[in-house]
Design a binder for this molecule. Structure first.
Ligand SMILES: [Zn+2]
Ligand SMILES: [Zn+2]
Length: 278
């Protein structure tokens, strides 16, 4: 009855290429009935997305994607159905944005020192009013012809161990989950196969995540769309009795498996996170 839906998308409020209005218009054009906007560490795009969604009869779920630390690993936790005005969440996001700004500047300095002149100004221009992220630097590296593609930008410069890598000074996972729940939202472990974790480590993450009040996990991900990946994630979701979420992790047009609404279908026996949203 709920139609096509997507609970993980980015806009220019963080590192997406389309404005919140354009994201909503694109979703509507693709037949998506329910969309969550989940920008990195900010809810700045939610109000605009809500206005655009109301004008098109689309249901917009206010969301956010927090970068958090657990055992020195960076994980992503999506908060769905949050109240964007809630003071605790607002204060937490302000703290995270300062960390993001400092990291964005530090990456630029490292690239400049490595001889990539114009990197900082280039990323600044691409980020607009949003904070500069690795994705903005990667885009500048591609568009200025320094590398062939995003993958190579990360391989050569931006990933852990490379010259421009700056570790993120993120909050603890438990803290991030607390902010989301305090704002009335459900905390969802994003793209669980995106962290290069062994099964044993994924189990430890899920133990800690559920103990801290995490309520859901992405099972149908645009970033791991193969049937065996969905099956594997479905198994973990059942085992931990979490709500199953669906998200493309859309950032930009041109990546078919990560198009809005293009995430694979959920196994039918799993409890849908969608049905738990207000
Ligand atoms: Zn993510
Ligand atoms: Zn994302």
């Amino acid at each position: 009855m709920s139609g096509l839906y997507d609970l993980h998308c980015h806009s220019t409020a963080s590192d997406g290429h389309l404005t919140p209005t354009e994201v909503v218009a694109r979703a509507a054009g693709l037949g998506v009935a329910t969309l969550a906007l989940t920008d990195h560490d900010t809810v700045a795009g939610v109000a605009e997305a809500q206005r655009a969604a109301a004008a098109r009869g689309l249901r917009l779920i206010p969301g956010v994607e927090l970068s958090v630390l657990w055992q020195r690993r960076t994980l992503h936790v999506v908060g769905l159905g949050v109240d964007p005005q809630e003071p605790g969440l607002q204060a937490g996001l302000a703290q995270m944005q300062r960390a993001r700004q400092e990291r964005g500047e530090a990456i630029g300095e490292r690239l400049e020192r490595a001889g990539l002149h114009g990197a900082r100004a280039g990323a600044r221009a691409l980020a607009g009013s949003a904070d500069m992220t690795r994705a903005h630097y990667a885009r500048w590296l591609v568009e200025s012809g320094q590398v062939r593609g995003f993958e190579q930008a990360f391989q050569r410069y931006l990933r852990q161990g490379r010259v421009a890598y700056v570790p993120g000074d993120w909050v603890a996972m438990e803290q991030g989950i607390e902010w989301i729940r305090g704002a009335g939202g459900i905390a969802v472990l994003a793209h669980p196969l995106g962290y290069d974790l062994t099964g044993a480590w994924l189990r430890r993450v899920l133990d800690a995540f559920t103990a801290a009040g995490g309520g859901g996990m992405e099972v149908a991900c645009g970033t791991s769309p193969q049937p065996r990946q969905v099956q594997k994630l479905g198994g973990w979701c059942r085992r931990y009795e979490l709500l199953a979420s669906v998200g493309s992790d859309f950032h930009a047009p041109g990546y078919p498996s990560r198009e809005i609404g293009a995430a694979p279908a959920l196994p039918e026996d799993l409890p849908r996170l969608l049905d738990a949203l207000p």
